[in-house]
Design a protein around this ligand. Sequence first.
Ligand SMILES: [Zn+2]
Length: 654
Amino acid sequence: MKPIISFSICLITGIVFSQNIVGQDTSSVYNKNQVFDPLFMSQGATEFRSADGAPGPKYWQNSANYIIHSTLDEKDTTLKGDVTIDYTNNSPDELNYVWLQLDQNLFNPSSRGAATTLVSGDRFDVKGYTKGGYHIQSTKVIYNGSTYDIPPVITDTRMQLRLPFTIKPGGDKVQIEISYYFSIPQYGADRMGRLYTRNGVIYQLAQWYPRMCVYDDIEGWNTLPYMGLGEFYCEYGNFDYYVTVPADMIVAGSGDLQNPEEVLTGTEVNRLDEARKSDSTVAIIREDEVGEPFMRPAKEGMLTWHYKMQNSRDISWAASKAFMWDATRINFPSGRKGISMAVYPVESKGDKAYGRSAQYLKHSVEFYSKDYFEYPWNSAVVVAGVALGMEYPGIVFCSYNIGGASLWHDVTHEIGHNWFPMIVGTNERRYMWMDEGLNTFINGYASNSFNHGEYGDTTNRSILGMASTMIKSNDPLLTPPESISLKEYGQYYFKTANALNILRNSVIGPNRFDYAFKTYIHRWAFKHPQPGDFFRTMNDAAGDNLNWFWKEWFYETWTLDQSVKSVKYVNDIASDGSLITIENLQQMALPVTLQITEQNGQTKKMKLPVEIWQRGGEWTFKYNSTSPITSVILDPDGQLPDINRKNNIWESGK
Ligand SMILES: [Zn+2]
């Protein structure tokens, strides 16, 4: 999901390097025992999750395969569907009931999400839509050859099916069949909806079928309701889905289209073949071809588009007769080829807008595949529509009315979510930083790499701006999305990304960080890591106990203020060496970088590890000066979110 854009802008403007954000108070609040807390993360491993952060020897997760048949009724703006779920219980527990997510119920005016929306409205509300919510027509469960009609117990966005039998541990299977329909909201909490364009409506369909809640070793059934900000936690499985729409529409969906010869013209099939061999963009439907009958294989009635996607947490799709359509090849590190596509209305055409978006998507997928983990699917598509920015496996929804740098950042962010949480399957509803933050972190490197840094990253500048945000913060990153202040949720993105950049660049170095970070991705690909699994993997693979770092950045709202206290000379003679005293005045502790300049013109940089703060907030070290020191500057490159940069500088005679 896209951060509110103004948040990032306010971070990077108006922040001057030497800005003094708080007053010149030099009294210290630092308590070493809070930072280097021996009890923090001291609980032992389980047989499911190992002490080194890897999945344990008895790690398990359940699976859900879906077959869905759905029909878009344009006249009623309704989606009807039948879903069959093959659910496997790999847990060591007996299950006497199952829980499913009914996310469309957010759009019922009596939902908890509606009740907790500000009177003034917000990005995730239902905007007065009164027809929303699932209509569940039937729920059947098939077990050992018997079919049971189960009356559903529906509570807000969750549905429980109480079973007249027990799903046994260790691989027992059950089949669930549900028939349903719902009215498609125009504004679907910025995650789906309808956009009215010159040539037709763009439908973006997401959270469009009942999905299994995750049953895991931490919570049992994860039944937190969908209330708006908190995203989704889904099981992995294979998807086989059919979308029936008016014949004049194009459907872009997650996964691979199974029946192109039935739903495309020969021209479109040929152009797609050409695009699969081309690193430059090929138009599949040009502007002057939008809505033309010769671009569709059937003139009237309905057509069914059949897609499949393997080993995914979810699927989404979009349909419209207004789409222009571009495509280009994706080159994966293994040599495999894929396809990057963009569908958008004529209002979004041109190189300043969506005309380059298939290339943005291609570059992003290739970059993240090369540096982190190879994208496991064959196609990726960006859809211009009503949602500002929203991610689904293999498909992303971006705002139709942005272009240039904004569109690049939107596309690379949303497709970046295909690594977090689509490949590394975290619990987004509980830990938003694990998807938004890790994704924002990798987005910076992707931006630097695209077209010689055309839309280059702002990470360093945002680290300086982070300080003023951290002063005002009351909610740590571990705060769940439904209780974090709406003014603070941008921190899930930027504070996490800044923390990881500081860990990488100022604490353990790129080599150790990158190895540990990739180890985490590979260990937990297509699994369900918890925060501790990430922290432990980073500790273990990088080879440092970084618990102090995790505590101060993720569990607390502490701030940083490093200060130069004094410079003295051994025997009062500069050439005998200098004794430089530095202080840590706030509760956050980080390693120290200093730049020391002497009267003889010599300037040296030196680093001190975080361990200098283990015994207290003041530290004196000897520097082998040969002439009087003229200045000492802490954090000379502005890598740390120091809230008072005035006391970072000591100058002789001042
Ligand atoms: Zn996001």
